[in-house]
Design a protein around this ligand. Structure first.
Ligand code: ADP
Ligand code: MG
Length: 599
């Protein structure tokens, strides 16, 4: 076989050795192998640690019958094969201090041994391209078998009949479908975290995933479809203390009903970390409808000394030192990026991405649907750079020239290059007022992120005194909440005083610069919003204020007024989504018309 210059060539390797007792003691003990997905995770990690650039994964019956992972990594020397499958034997950690700076995905020397204890394990590995690989077969209560067979450099690990000898554990498994789903979700996480590695997955003889190994757009394209890959927005790389942060998020039109497509990857490892995931979620939550989650990949590359992966037996949880330093940056990057991505006209989108129900429901490549149309591909989809995908131009809105109003609700506008924008006048204005209110009293976008103190109202936001106080009647529970917030509300411009029972007198109302409607008409509603029993009531209060003070639909606007509104919208931090999470505008590209009119 031809000599390659893969990553494996430059991956350093120490001989496999048994860990000393003091290191073994420090290792998080627990169940390493729970189900096929855990075997898949361990074998993929071993392949990646070996510098593989191609990884082929085969599953039969969801991995219960068979899991086979083959790689083109640096291989295991024949005389170390037995050691590789022994407990606490590893080539990755040599002294206790190494555990504080783990640079590899594996470090415990336990995975292969744990697999050999509960399944049949067959290792075939070669360290050079002479074509001869050593073979070792192990099974519970059976003598090891050794041999040789042809194979170029790399390793193939085959695991058969998981938990066959442990019926109690076997009974805990889901059926083949369920196990396959879990295994595929693990594989997708690694494929997205390692976009320069080619992953091929074959389930019961069918290729269910094949990533091109040439960058993030390629992986996203194969997993979620080319539309998503094309619309992907990147953020970062942003330098953070001890590392960098970067990521990708698909616009709102591709949101999902579960969090399964929100991936946090730390040092090449898909992981869970509660506070970082909360930061990720608080970045997108205010921009999406309740119950919706984006397709999002957030990558942190940190100094290994700053993270502790040795806290969870399956290495799924990771401790990050000083995580608080990252949460704000993460939240803001996601919020701004997603907030600028436009809502696209619906006809270009698949309504649903069904890939989690079954491996065989991956969306077809878009080309299949489009056959017969003359739509030109505007640019190569998969540029061959690590993550350096050429993204569509920034999503900030281009200069817009209004043509007029549609139904007194939408501003119809064009760009110099012939795109058409329909802008919801109410939502655009509401967004501007909301951002203005936030500037006066800055607050995190939403959600209670640990450490974000709730006392972020500014005392210098003045209200407008009313000549005649307004009488407001509340429900008993609201009255109780409102009574506890009177001081804080006064600083927000809403001065209320108790007037017996559940009645309050409103003496001043918040001023909203640029408001289209005075707040007097909605004093009662505002007081009710201010009495909302929720941790993020301040934000809701501002949203409600912006909404009620904003231009209505049905309001005629002169061209000059439309132009000003559009120009102001371009300055908004989040220009595409109103504070309630609905689209402000839709955009139709020229390509869209080309297709529609079959030009
Ligand atoms: P760990 O990954 O924690 O070291 P494992 O039990 O997973 O422990 O693997 C034991 C050792 O076997 C590894 O340290 C490595 O040297 C070797 N090994 C396992 N899988 C591979 C592979 N695919 N390619 C090269 N070496 C491997
Ligand atoms: Mg390992």
């Amino acid at each position: 076989m031809e000599k390659t210059t893969s990553k494996a060539d430059s991956t350093p390797r120490f001989p496999i050795a048994l860990l000393s007792a003091d290191i073994v003691e420090r290792i998080a003990a627990g169940e390493v192998i729970e189900r096929p997905a855990s075997v898949v995770r361990e074998l993929i990690e071993n392949a990646l640690d070996a510098g593989a650039s191609t990884i082929r994964i085969e599953l039969r019956e969801g991995g219960i019958r068979l899991i086979r992972v083959g790689d083109d990594g640096l291989g295991i020397p024949a005389d170390e094969l037995t050691l590789a499958a022994s407990p606490h034997a590893t080539s990755k950690v040599r002294q206790p201090a190494d555990l504080d700076r783990v640079t590899t995905l594996g470090f415990r020397g336990e995975a292969l041994a744990s697999v050999a204890a509960i399944a049949q394990l067959r290792l075939v590995s070669s360290t050079d391209d002479r074509g001869v690989a050593a073979v070792l077969t192990l099974a519970p209560a059976t003598a090891p078998a050794r041999g040789f067979e042809p194979r170029p450099r790399g390793t193939t690990v085959t695991v058969r009949d998981l938990f066959h000898s442990v019926p109690a554990r076997h009974a805990m498994l889901h059926g083949p479908r369920g196990e396959e789903r879990l295994a595929l979700s693990v594989i997708r996480g690694y494929a997205l975290s390692h976009p320069m590695v080619r992953f091929t997955v074959v389930a019961d003889g069918v290729v269910v995933l094949q990533t091109p190994g040439n960058g993030i757009e390629g992986v996203v394209g194969t997993i979620y479809g080319t539309d998503v890959a094309r619309a992907l927005q990147s953020f970062g790389p942003e330098p953070l203390e001890g590392g960098t942060f970067r990521g990708w998020v698909a616009p709102r039109a591709f949101t999902q009903t579960d969090r399964a497509h929100v991936l946090l990857c730390i040092n090449g490892r898909p992981v869970r970390n509660r506070s970082l995931l909360t930061a990720v979620e608080s970045g997108y939550r205010p921009l999406l409808r309740k119950g919706r989650h984006p397709i999002l990949i957030a990558k942190l590359d940190l100094d290994p000394a700053m993270i502790d992966v040795n806290i969870h037996p399956a290495k799924a949880e990771v401790l990050v030192q000083a995580e608080r330093t990252y949460t704000t940056a993460i939240r803001e990057a996601i919020h701004t990026t997603l907030g600028r991505a436009p809502a696209q006209p619906t006809p270009t989108f698949p309504q649903r991405i069904g890939l989690y129900r079954s491996a065989r429901q991956y969306p077809l490549p878009l080309g299949r649907h489009r056959r017969g149309t003359r739509l030109a591909e505007p640019r190569p989809l998969y540029p061959a750079t690590d993550y350096g995908a050429a993204h569509p131009a920034e999503w900030s809105i281009p200069p817009l020239e209004p043509l007029g109003q549609l139904d007194l609700a939408l501003i119809v506008a064009t760009t110099a290059d012939g795109q058409l924008y329909l802008v919801d006048q109410h939502r655009a204005h509401e967004r501007l007022l909301y951002e203005e209110l936030n500037r006066e009293a800055p607050s995190p976008p939403s959600l209670d992120v640990p450490g974000d103190s709730a006392s972020d109202c500014s005392p210098d936001q003045h209200g407008q005194l009313l000549l005649e106080p307004l009488v407001v009647e509340l429900l008993p529970r609201q009255a109780e909440v409102l009574a506890s917030r009177l001081d804080e509300l006064a600083t927000l411009g809403l001065a209320c005083e108790p007037f017996g029972g559940t009645t309050f007198l409103v003496r001043s109302l918040p001023t909203v610069s640029g408001a289209a409607a005075g707040p007097a008409g909605f004093a009662g509603a505002l007081a009710a919003d201010a009495a909302e029993d929720a941790p993020d009531w301040r934000d809701h209060f501002r949203i409600s204020l912006a909404c009620r003070a904003a231009l209505r639909r049905g309001q005629p606007l002169s061209l000059a007024e439309q132009r000003t509104l559009l120009a102001d919208l371009r300055t908004a931090t989040v220009s595409a989504i109103c504070p309630h999470g609905s689209p402000i505008f839709v955009r139709y590209s020229q390509a869209f018309f080309t297709r529609l009119f079959e030009w």
